[in-house]
Design a protein around this ligand. Structure first.
Ligand SMILES: Cc1ncc(COP(=O)(O)O)c(C=O)c1O
Length: 407
């Protein structure tokens, strides 16, 4: 063990990007708090597998308990059913499978999607397209709806695409709206999108993988207007809720459709049916199920609702502080509205200059930023999400960025 641990320090740690470091300010920064790490360790020690209720009742029941709390703390509808998958990509794939089931119950049997179409904005995460590929709807039947100047899906463009597809004999099946897009954290107009979904009888999925955590603080609830009308929604505690990889929460108001899409019975998995017992294997592809709810439970109990809301608030404050510094420097510009804890910004120069700035900042090894492309321009991306990140780290990032201009 001594030799293994020495090799861990020598070989593994230096080759690891330190996501748990407070200077990690890239992508959607997050952290695994000590409480979450302890929950993860204890889950490994129990090694429970929640295939069905009786194979580890705690795995199934704690999942229901924690997701009920999360629903209550986030102001989401009380009747929603929730379960935990590994990632938002998996959650959204299951949403698409359920939408397919709702639109075409025969598809489960014959295996093709027969002209079903999924709509999502051109700023949405690639997982929607991937999910459509996995479920057999296919890339060609995913429409990238244009966005407005603030990177939000345009409802008028959505409606026009749906009409065009109907005229061509295709069948609109799902709209995947995003609350907190990957590049800019833009918020799609969910109320208007929900109206369109209702008009055409189309499944509404909300991808709030990152921003879902912000619903814990009432001042950010504006971003979730209309989400109560969604058929499904995903948010990732492993993105902004201080839970270690992996933990993605999937809610649906129509669990019976998801269940219909996936439940098959086998003699070797038969359970003496207590009708109150939920068998989570009936709601998706995986049979085996890790005890992910344990780490979520540790985090929710140790921070409490107020503690988590305070953390979200502080991260947003730090992002706004950074954006203020950028705006005050005439050489730079903020490239998208700062709704949550992410700032997109650029040096008012060429893509090449911005690329060089990012390389210099990251090469120093103190902080780590990432990049995206907005309106065709290379843009720097700073995200606050680690529980140990303080003004000191964000100020240091800004000093390094300014220093990198002068080179
Ligand atoms: C909006 C959004 N949805 C989905 C995902 C995919 O998340 P996961 O890695 O959990 O599949 C991301 C990843 O950053 C994201 O930003």
């Amino acid at each position: 063990m001594e030799a293994i641990l020495a090799d861990f320090e020598r070989l593994i740690v230096p080759a690891s990007t330190q996501w748990n470091h407070p200077g990690f300010l890239a992508y959607f920064a997050n952290s695994g708090t000590p409480e979450s790490i302890l929950g993860e360790l204890l889950a490994a020690a129990l090694n429970g597998n929640g295939m069905v209720w009786k194979t580890s009742p705690a795995v199934t029941e704690l999942e229901q308990v924690t997701l009920r709390w999360l629903r209550e703390w986030s102001g989401l509808p009380a009747e929603w059913f929730g379960l935990i998958y590994d990632t938002a990509s998996t959650s959204s794939m299951h949403a698409i499978a359920a939408a397919r089931e709702a639109a075409d119950p025969q598809s489960r049997t014959h295996g093709t999607s027969r002209g079903l179409v999924v709509y999502t904005s051109e700023q949405s995460h690639s997982s929607i397209e991937k999910g459509a590929i996995a479920v057999g709807i296919g890339k060609d039947h995913v429409r990238q709806v244009p966005v407005d100047a603030e990177f939000r899906m345009r409802p008028d463009a959505l409606q026009a695409l749906i009409e065009a597809d109907l005229a061509a004999g295709l069948r609109p099946c799902m709209v995947a709206a995003t609350v907190g897009t990957t590049s800019t954290t833009s918020v799609d107009p969910v109320p208007a999108i929900a109206d369109i979904c209702a008009r055409y009888g189309v499944w509404l999925h909300v991808d709030a993988a990152y921003a879902g955590s912000a619903a814990l603080a009432p001042e950010f609830r504006w971003a979730f207007a209309g989400c109560d009308r969604a058929d499904s929604m995903v948010m990732n505690p492993h993105k902004w809720l201080q839970v270690t990889m992996d933990c993605s929460v999937f809610y649906t108001s129509r669990p019976e459709v998801l269940r219909r899409a996936f439940s098959l019975s086998r003699e070797y998995l038969e359970t003496a049916g207590d009708p109150r017992a939920v068998n989570l294997m009936d709601y998706g592809v995986p049979l085996g199920r890790r005890f992910r709810a344990l780490k979520l439970w540790f985090v929710m109990r140790s921070y409490g609702h107020e503690g988590l809301a305070a953390m979200v608030r502080e991260h947003v404050r730090l992002a706004r502080w950074f954006a203020g510094e950028v705006e005050a420097d005439a050489r730079f510009e903020v490239a998208a509205p700062v709704h949550f804890s992410v700032v997109n910004f650029r040096f008012k120069g060429s893509d090449e200059e911005n690329r060089r700035i990012l390389d210099r900042v990251n090469a120093a090894g103190e902080v780590f930023l990432s990049s995206t492309v907005l309106n065709g321009k290379y843009t720097l991306h700073l995200a606050v999400g680690n529980y140990q990140t303080s003004e000191r780290h964000v100020a240091r990032a800004w000093a390094l960025v300014k220093g990198a201009v002068d080179g």
